[in-house]
Design a protein around this ligand. Sequence first.
Ligand SMILES: Nc1nc2c(c(=O)[nH]1)N[C@@H](CN(C=O)c1ccc(C(=O)N[C@@H](CCC(=O)O)C(=O)O)cc1)CN2
Length: 299
Amino acid sequence: MTPGTARVLGGPPAAAALLTEAGRRAGRLPRPPHLALVRVGEDPASVSYVRGKAQKAAEVGLSSHVHALPEATTQAELLALVETLNADPAVNGILVQLPLPAHLNPEPVLLALDPAKDVDGLHPANTGALWNNHAGLRPCTPAGIMALLAHHGVTVAGQRTVVVGRSALVGRPVAGLLLNADATVTVAHRATPDLGAVTREADLLIVAAGQVHLITPDMVRPGAVVVDVGIHRVPTESGKGRLTGDVHPDVAQVAAALTPVPGGVGPMTVAQLLMNTVIAAERQHARAPHPEVSGEHVR
Ligand SMILES: Nc1nc2c(c(=O)[nH]1)N[C@@H](CN(C=O)c1ccc(C(=O)N[C@@H](CCC(=O)O)C(=O)O)cc1)CN2
């Protein structure tokens, strides 16, 4: 590929395809899948993401409810809500928006989720299933990245892949998904010496490090495919700020293909959440006792 002409791997068309499929499958269920969105406090980004999730759910024919809890919510109150949603047969999927306020520990909350309703794929039953390549619900951003690559015809099997970042939300699970898809996977992180030497090995580079412009052109093998998961608001003269990623824009001079920020991975996160809600509802429906086959209705 000619330098400076990296193909743009856009999120919106891939997300639209996933949402259309989610809507089609939701329409085949006896009732619209229901997603419970739990948000604690008023973090502006979380407010905006949860609102966006509810809006997209409605657009594709899913029902949802935002459980907006005050900042002062206690761990016990949050756990009690999760238990109520677990026990409610009308709820197919539960998402607890992260990060939680600092006084709340997310771990017990994620552990309390019914794994069958854990549409964020973060309960250990689901992360274990991912690492063993068994059926389960997959975390939204990692599964969305795989869907984005597939939509744009990027081959994963057999590729030397480097993931930068080891978070529970992205780095670790995307490494597992890539492994399940037959990639050769290296996970690098902040303690990796000579990060550039590692990233230059990659045919496919996934960057989820949470550091503005960490990856510069000299760290990328010419012709590599680069997925930028970072999202940062940086100041501008206008005062409005501008979104940018973990990958320096000049990487487009070297890479064969690159996901933009915004408009790359972000929209896939929301689309995959709704697809996960449909998958959860389908599985719950398949497992529910149906009168025509349950013993008490057989004459
Ligand atoms: N429980 C969870 N919490 C969080 C997750 C998650 O997957 N589960 N991910 C992120 C935030 N997030 C969704 O929750 C998210 C981030 C970004 C986008 C997105 O579409 N971004 C747009 C830009 C949006 C803007 O203008 O601000 C883009 O990249 O184009 C959607 C969802 C942390 N929390």
